[in-house]
Design a protein around this ligand. Sequence first.
Ligand code: CO
Length: 151
Amino acid sequence: MAIREIVKEPDEILHKKARPVEKFDEKLSELLDDMLETLYKNDGVGLAAPQIGILRRICVIDIGEGPIELINPEIIKQSGIQTETEGCLSCPGVWGTTERPRKVKVRAFDRNGELKEYKGVDLLARAFCHEIDHLDGILFTDHVIELHRED
Ligand code: CO
């Protein structure tokens, strides 16, 4: 396992659309392990592959309830609205208020190529939306209501 370097704004890779994963092999498992290690090292809640320079549809999330790995994820249902502050490991020193659905249901493959479903409410719903946005080259700063910077 290895800790990967996090790509920061204004790197253009953060604004590109990632391609789906096609091979569920040992290399994918190693990448997921590295992503989780990098997430924990940086005290993050979520990390998407483009944030370590890999344009594939992969993200990892841990809101303190154990790791969730999402491969080729899709939001299949959403409801409600939450307005909260969020940040991003690729945008150090920047926080912003965003509007997100309060509840989301996500369908994604795990590292073994099995299709799974996850339900997220509040923080987890926000993390799902934030990380899946990264796979389409969208950062939270793209739809922030109010931005805060730390000098
Ligand atoms: Co982010």
